[in-house]
Design a protein around this ligand. Sequence first.
Ligand code: PSU
Ligand code: MN
Length: 304
Amino acid sequence: MEQYLSFSKEVLEAKESGKPIIALESTIISHGMPYPQNVQTAREVEQIIRDGGAVPATIAIVDGKIKIGLSDDELEMFGQSKNVAKASRKDIAYLIATKQLGATTVAATMICADLADIRIFVTGGIGGVHRGAETTMDISADLEEIAQTDVSIICAGAKSILDLGLTMEYLETKGVPVVGVGTDVLPAFYTRTSPIKLEIRVDEAATAAELLKAKHDLNMKGGVVFANPIPEEDALEEAFITSIIDQALAEANENGIHGKEVTPFLLGKVKELTEGKSLDANIALVKNNAKVGAAIAVAYNGLK
Ligand code: PSU
Ligand code: MN
C-alpha cells in the first residue's frame, strides 16, 4: 500500500499524534468551481478545519500515487485544472498506472480516505440519481460508494439538478443513514429546505460522534451522510434557483451532454445564469460544512 499512498507532512504528523483528520475532495477544485475562487476556497476550507482543531487532507492522484494532503503548489495546479481528469472509482487504477493527474470525486475520495484510515470527509454536495435516470440510468457512483465504504460525509444535501426523491430512495435501499444537522428536511444545497422529510436528526456534534461510534462498533459498512443546510444568509431564493436549474438542464439536453460531463456542465451553467450567485452560495456552504465537520471529527476522535 505504501507504494501507492503519499502523505503530506501535516497529515503524517496528525496520524502519529492521533489528531482528527478530515478528507477533502479535489474534483470540487478542478471541475466544480472556476479559477481562482476554487483555490482560494480550498485554502480557506483547510484553514477552517485547522481552526476547528482537526487536520485537512485534500486528496488527489499525482504521478502514480494517491496524495493524502496537498501542498499549496499542488492546490494551485489542481485549481488551474490543465490536464486534470475527473477521477471516480472506475478511473483510479488507470490514472495511477499512467501517472496522470486525477481530481477525485466523492466516490474516489472516499476510497482513498478509507485506504488512509480517514473516516470523515467534508464537501459541498454529493452526486446522486439524475433527473430522467429512469431512461438515462445516470446514477452517480458516489451513491454506491457511500453504501459500501466506511467514510462519512458532511455535505449540504444534494442539488436539485438531481432527482432528490430518487436519490433518497436509492440511499434508503442501500441502508445509508441520511442525518439532518439541525434540520428535519433534506437541504437542497443552494436552499435550506426541500419537501423531503428526514427521519434522523442531530443537533450536536457529540450526538453525531456517538452515532458514528455505534455504527463503527457494530461493524456496519458504508458511510453516513450528514446533511447540513447552507447558512440562512447565504441561501438562494428557491423560485429563482429552480428556474435556473431547469434552464441549465434544458441546455444540457439540447447540447447532448452526458456521462461525467453532466455535473460540471450544469454547475458551470448555473453559475453563468445566476451571475455568480450560485458560486458564492457554494463557497459559503462548503465553509460551513468544514466548520461542522471539524466539530464532528473532534468529538468522534474524543470517543476513540
Ligand atoms: N456537486 C457539487 N460540486 C461538485 C460535485 C458535485 O456541487 O464538484 C462533484 C463531486 O466531486 C461529485 C461529482 O462526487 O461531482 C459527481 O459527479 P458524477 O455525477 O459524474 O458522479
Ligand atoms: Mn453520471
